[in-house]
Structures are given as structure tokens and as C-alpha cells.
Design a protein around this ligand. Structure first.
Ligand SMILES: Nc1nc2c(c(=O)[nH]1)N[C@H]1C(S)=C(S)[C@@H](COP(=O)(O)O)O[C@H]1N2
Ligand SMILES: [Mo]
Length: 219
């Protein structure tokens, strides 16, 4: 369970709306009938898994979690349901046999968005692979069929429409580039790998209405 009672530094409370980098605003995802996740990277055997097989039989968790966007909005205490990402990663690792030096997970969405999360961060207790929100299947806007929910990290680590998991020895920045941070812990205000978070909150806040508009235009 996330401690959502305290708003992280520099955040404002907002309702959950479809959001992300401007490039991804027009890329609305139609979830496939039989969703598959491709698992590759620095591994011995790359493989594909149907999501049903990836999650089937794992203990389910209903828990509140937050989306804390780097642009300074936070949607708090959202009722997610799914399985622990740790349980999924352990199941995958047993099959694909990652290199012993793998430290990062590259998570890719069906819209082409991707980011890296440190394996120890991805396998923390509260990180979910969610398939439900508000007691219903995840809507396409918020990551159908499954998404990561990593509340302790900025929203850009909570990849929607998960279709790819790569075990990697090295961090790669992905589409967020220098605007992102390898760990992106909200408590540390790790908004970007360059300059302190308090600087970036002043930069991002005025862009928020523009980005919101770009997303709403496509909804
Ligand atoms: N596949 C995918 N996942 C993504 C993004 C995206 O554009 N594509 N945007 C990220 C960002 S920057 C944020 S803040 C959250 C927003 O989640 P929401 O669209 O459910 O509000 O999703 C994250 N996960
Ligand atoms: Mo974000």
C-alpha cells in the first residue's frame, strides 16, 4: 500500500486523464484480442508470453496507488487491481534466464513508448502489473490490457499497454531522453537526470495546460 497521504514535493492533486509525452498523444491504442508480451534483451532465451499465462495463478492484489506526473500533477489513491510485478519478473526470469549482470528492465507499450526501471525498483512490494482500475478492466486510455503502476516513481515509469520486457545490463533513456531520470523517485524529486527537480517543476507546470489540451484533442 502506498503512503499517498502526503503529496510528493512540487505536485498538485488532479483527476486521472490520459497523458504522456506529446508525440504519443495521437497514438491511441486498440488493445489486441490475445495480448502477448515479448521478453528479450540480455537473456539466454528470448520468449513470448500471453498475458493470461504471465499473470495466471499469481496472487492478486487490490491496492491504492498513485500516478505522479513529472509535469506536477498527481492522481492519488486510485483503486488498482493486478499482480505484483515482482512475481511476474520472477516467472519470466525462470524462463528466459537473464544475464547475471542485468540490472534494468526495459518496459515497452503498444504505442511504442518505453522506459527503463531498475530491477530492484521494479520488484519492490508495491509495484503492480494492473489489469483493473475501479473494479473494471483497464480502459484503453489508462493502459489496457495491462500496465505497470509504480507509485514511488514518476508516472513515466508506469508503462501502459505493456507488450515488451527486456532485461538489460545497461540503462537506456528511451523517448523521454534527458528529460527523464534513471530512477525517477518522487520522494527525491528525481524529475530529470539534469538539474534539481525544483527547477523542473517550474519549467513543467506552465506546459501542463498545453499538454492536457494535446491529449484531450485526441480523446
Ligand atoms: N505506453 C505508454 N505508457 C505511458 C505513457 C505513454 O505515453 N505511453 N505516458 C506515461 C506518463 S508520462 C504518464 S504521466 C502516465 C499517465 O498515465 P495515464 O495516461 O493513465 O494518466 O503514463 C505513463 N505511461
Ligand atoms: Mo508524465
Amino acid at each position: 500500500m502506498t503512503d499517498s497521504h502526503r503529496l510528493p514535493p512540487g505536485q498538485w492533486i488532479a483527476p486521472l486523464e490520459r497523458f504522456g509525452l506529446p508525440t504519443f498523444a495521437p497514438r491511441k491504442v486498440v488493445p489486441p484480442a490475445r495480448p502477448v508480451v515479448t521478453v528479450s534483451g540480455d537473456v539466454r532465451h528470448a520468449a513470448q508470453f500471453e498475458i493470461a499465462d504471465l499473470m495466471g495463478g499469481l496472487p492478486r492484489h487490490d491496492q491504492r496507488g498513485d500516478i505522479n506526473c513529472v509535469t506536477t500533477w498527481s492522481a492519488l489513491d486510485l483503486p488498482w487491481s493486478g499482480v505484483r510485478l515482482r512475481d511476474v519478473v520472477e516467472r519470466l526470469a525462470a524462463q528466459v534466464e537473464p544475464d547475471s549482470g542485468a540490472r534494468w528492465l526495459r518496459l515497452t507499450g503498444l504505442d511504442g513508448y518505453w522506459t527503463c526501471l531498475r530491477i530492484d525498483d521494479a520488484t519492490a512490494d508495491e509495484v503492480l502489473l494492473a489489469d483493473q482500475l475501479d473494479g473494471k478492466p483497464l480502459p484503453p486510455a489508462h493502459g489496457a490490457p495491462v500496465r505497470v503502476v509504480a507509485s514511488a516513481h514518476y508516472g513515466y515509469k508506469s508503462v501502459k499497454h505493456l507488450v515488451g520486457v527486456d532485461f538489460l545490463r545497461r540503462y537506456a533513456a528511451g523517448p523521454a531522453g534527458w528529460k527523464g531520470h534513471p530512477r525517477a523517485r518522487v520522494a527525491e524529486e528525481e524529475r530529470s537526470r539534469l538539474l534539481p527537480g525544483a527547477f523542473w517543476r517550474r519549467v513543467w507546470r506552465p506546459t501542463l495546460p498545453i499538454l492536457r489540451r494535446a491529449y484531450r484533442k485526441n480523446d
